[in-house]
Write a protein that binds this ligand. Structure first.
Ligand SMILES: NC(=O)C1=CN([C@@H]2O[C@H](COP(=O)(O)OP(=O)(O)OC[C@H]3O[C@@H](n4cnc5c(N)ncnc54)[C@H](OP(=O)(O)O)[C@@H]3O)[C@@H](O)[C@H]2O)C=CC1
Ligand SMILES: CC(C)(CO)C(=O)C(=O)O
Length: 359
């Protein structure tokens, strides 16, 4: 199949390599063009580690080229770029052309659904709770090091009625690893980066600010792990009050990183011992803050208010990072203001997350 990928970072490169290796035809789009310059000049895309691949891949020069004549579109860039990517693709998307959002954040699928309905276009939006793989892009501009390919990925569709079709497509492209969850609302409570990264980045902020090279797994010490698990308890309580089943952070870690289940700290220490703990951000200008606070902590706090289960640690995380960065990080979210979800009842939100917007 021909697959348009919006984004050209670590995840987009890794997915393109995975797809090309499986015989599909990925088309990568870098919004600025910078990250596909080498590939467009004919250098092969190279993946090493958990995915091994080297070969040519196609490059799109704009949003129109990225979605023209493709069988499906994948959005694979940080959530602070989702609205820009959606807007670039929107005028060119056709009815029945599925769009996969990985990882889904901050009700981006509802934003896309609303804009598509305004155009009279109807297509399945497939949302994943996380990414297919983890990895880091290499400075040579044409390669990616893939740390892990996940065993399980939570998936749902908007509208919910497209669930079987959505899961079948994902399985055809990426194999038998998809676990169907109870709609977009469940997936909105399934992305664990915001909680994980709040613990990691807040408690290691000076390391990031000073540009140190530091082991991420190694620095998920017992205190950091306990903060992550306390944040997880808030998320689980919100999910429960909506009647939704979601994975715990312990299950997520064990399934993603192939370590026996234990405390979050113990699992990270195990990854560190095996040389798979990775490195934390070497700058405070990191998506761990600028993506995960506005597009992760903020929407979870909103869900907590709607559910009557205030997420006090999530709210504190937003306030603490906003103070430390001297910036109102909640105001960086450019998706939620378009949706005005604050006044929704739990039942009305659930209905919208199951049906989406219709033309
Ligand atoms: N890497 C990992 O291991 C993991 C990543 N994730 C999630 O996956 C998603 C992708 O991550 P990853 O690939 O690592 O991220 P990267 O930072 O590597 O993504 C870079 C890509 O995003 C584009 N981009 C970034 N910000 C914007 C913006 N404001 N507007 C438009 N485009 C933008 C860049 O554009 P340009 O090409 O123009 O530079 C580039 O194509 C994120 O949501 C991340 O949290 C989740 C778990 C693990
Ligand atoms: C490094 C990892 C896998 C865990 O924090 C991650 O989730 C990310 O890079 O976003």
């Amino acid at each position: 199949m021909r697959i348009g990928i919006l984004g050209a970072g670590a995840i987009a490169f890794g997915m393109a390599a995975f797809l090309a290796k499986a015989g599909h035809h990925p088309v990568l789009w870098s919004p600025s063009g910078a990250r596909t310059r080498k590939l467009a000049a004919g250098e092969p895309l190279t993946a090493t580690g958990a995915v091994e691949f080297s070969g040519p891949v196609a490059v799109a020069h704009d949003g129109r080229e990225a979605v023209a004549d493709v069988d499906a579109v994948i959005v694979a860039l940080p959530a602070n770029g989702h609205r820009a990517a959606f807007d670039a693709a929107l005028p060119h998307l056709k009815s029945d052309q599925p769009v996969i959002v990985s990882s889904h954040s901050s009700f981006g699928a509802l934003y896309l659904s609303k804009r598509l309905a305004e155009r009279g276009v109807s297509l399945p939006i497939i949302v994943w709770g996380t990414t297919l793989l983890t990895g880091r892009q290499q400075p040579d501009g044409a390669s990616v090091s893939v740390n892990t390919v996940r065993q399980k990925i939570d998936v749902a569709t908007l509208p919910k009625a497209a669930a079987a079709e959505g899961k079948a497509l994902c399985t055809e492209l990426f194999g038998d690893r998809f676990v169907e969850r109870d709609g977009l609302l469940a997936i909105s409570l399934s992305n664990l980066n915001p909680q994980n990264h709040l613990g990691i980045a807040l408690l290691n902020l000076t390391r990031m600010e000073k540009g140190e090279k530091w082991g991420q797994g190694e620095h998920v010490t017992p205190a950091v792990g306990q903060l992550i698990e306390a944040l997880d308890a808030e998320r689980l309580k919100i999910a429960e009050s909506f009647g939704l089943s979601v994975r715990t952070v312990r299950e997520h870690f064990s399934l993603s990183f192939h370590v026996p289940i234990g405390t979050v700290s113990d699992m990270n220490q195990q990854m560190h011992l095996e040389g798979r703990g990775g490195f934390g951000p070497a700058t405070a200008e990191s998506r761990y803050i600028y993506e995960d606070v506005p597009f992760g902590l903020v929407p979870t706090s909103l869900l907590g208010r709607i559910a009557g289960q205030p997420a006090v640690l999530h709210e504190a995380g937003t306030s603490l990072f906003s103070a430390a960065m001297n910036r109102n990080l909640a105001a960086d979210n450019d998706l939620l203001p378009e949706l005005a979800l604050d006044s929704f009842s739990p039942a009305a939100l659930r209905e919208l997350c199951d049906q989406g917007f219709t033309a």
